[in-house]
Design a protein around this ligand. Structure first.
Ligand code: PLP
Length: 401
């Protein structure tokens, strides 16, 4: 099997698993316990918090552990303090469902909440003119994702956040897909809140966190014992937090020198273009667009970046719903779009928001890479994908010369 669905979830790294194990077996005390094993569990939680904070340049006190990025996004969007007057939330059309559906539910369920969804341009970047226009109504909250999970397009969060602040809004970003591949510094970006998922960065499932800048007021969505500084009641899952902390530490050590995921993705893209000349690799175009270069400071790079690790490939005439099972039979794991929408028959809202026609969007596959993918297997995978796709198309009477 060649696993190329790392934007959906990643393999847990050995270092994280090893550190977690004792907390699932003998070190099971609650971190609230007023006895030595409880104090030790609490110390482990603090270490994990330090490691997480250090990955994104935050302070330990600004990190709240959650079960997932879905929970982090919900905690911020539902918990952010609202005035009595109308609250306007600004987001964009290509957000992950955990932001988009939450904003939509909030607007549906609360007469005093209004939602503005800013469109994206053909490349998938936030439409800046529409964004500036939306800010004129002085929203209370803006939530714009850092990297899109289907296309790898990187939004210029520093700039978007600065504009939101000028308009008096709080700024949140879903950084689920950026943190595993980019150096993300919350002070540099200037954001008020940032969501991260553990299982996308080689940590355990059921782990995540939200960064909330000192002073940002949030009401909890879970009430109870008041754990996590009152923001998330319930006995903390120490093992999951320890695993997440370790995964973040390992990631911080590897981020700069390790380009293996991007190199594997590059190799895959090159070979795909050879074996499937009719395929369209959905990457932003334009002279000012560039890929994110981990060796260079973000401040010196273009404001229009994309991550090489997420490769979206549209197959004219293809149907992802029949291609994915065929690829699975041939040992390739990939997806049609966002993990949570995989399996749903609908067309990707991200691709359609970018103006990609419904037919082509239906024939779009996402291949996403992690540091565990090698260039050799990427080459092998691309050759298999080429063969399987051509056969699938032939079986459906679609021939390309
Ligand atoms: N945000 C983005 C951009 C994602 O890609 C995902 C998962 O696909 C999520 C949020 C949800 O993450 P989690 O599975 O931790 O809830």
């Amino acid at each position: 099997m060649i696993y190329l669905d790392n934007a959906a979830t990643t393999r847990i790294c050995d270092e994280a698993l090893e550190e977690m194990m004792p907390f699932l077996k003998e070190k099971y005390a609650s971190p609230l316990g007023q006895y030595a094993p409880g104090f030790r569990a609490n110390a482990a939680l603090n270490t994990a918090r330090d490691r997480v904070a250090s990955l994104i340049g935050a302070d330990r006190s600004e990190i709240t552990f959650t079960s997932s990025a879905t929970e982090s996004n919900n905690l911020f969007l539902r918990g952010v303090k609202r005035n009595n007057a109308e609250t306007i939330i600004v987001t964009q059309t290509t957000e992950h469902a955990s932001v988009l559906s939450t904003c939509e539910a909030l607007a549906r369920e609360n007469a005093d909440i209004r939602l503005i969804k800013v469109p994206v341009d053909r490349d998938g970047f936030v439409d800046e003119a529409a964004y500036t226009e939306a800010l004129k109504v002085r929203p209370a909250v803006v939530s714009i994702m850092h990297v899109n999970n289907e296309t790898g397009v990187v939004n210029d969060i520093k700039k978007l956040c600065g504009l939101a602040h000028e308009a008096g809004a709080l700024f949140h970003t879903d950084a689920v897909q950026s943190v595993p591949h980019m150096r993300v510094d919350v002070r540099e970006l200037g954001v008020d809140a940032l969501s991260v998922s553990g299982h996308k960065l080689h940590g355990p499932k059921g782990s995540g966190f939200i960064y909330l800048k000192k002073g940002v007021m949030i009401r909890p969505i879970l009430t109870g014992g008041g754990q996590e500084n009152g923001l998330r009641s319930g006995t903390p899952d120490v093992a999951a937090c320890v695993g997440l902390g370790k995964a973040c530490e390992v990631l911080a050590d590897r981020l700069l020198p390790d380009e293996s995921a991007a190199l594997a993705a590059d190799r895959f893209t090159e070979v795909i273009k050879e074996v499937l000349p009719q395929a369209i690799v959905n990457r932003p175009t334009g002279s000012d667009v560039s890929f994110y270069d981990p060796d260079r400071d973000l401040r010196e790079q273009s404001s229009k970046l994309y991550l090489r690790e997420i490769v979206s490939v549209s197959i004219p005439g293809g149907d992802a719903l029949s291609l994915i099972p065929d690829l699975d039979m041939a040992g390739i794991c990939c997806s049609s779009g966002a993990a949570c929408s995989a399996g749903k028959k609908g067309v990707s809202h991200v691709l359609t928001a970018m103006g990609i026609g419904e037919k082509l969007a239906k024939g779009t596959l996402r291949f996403s890479f992690s540091r565990y993918n090698t260039e050799e297997e990427a080459t092998e995978a691309a050759v298999i994908v080429g063969r399987v796709v051509q056969k699938n198309l032939e079986n459906h009477g679609i021939l390309f010369k």
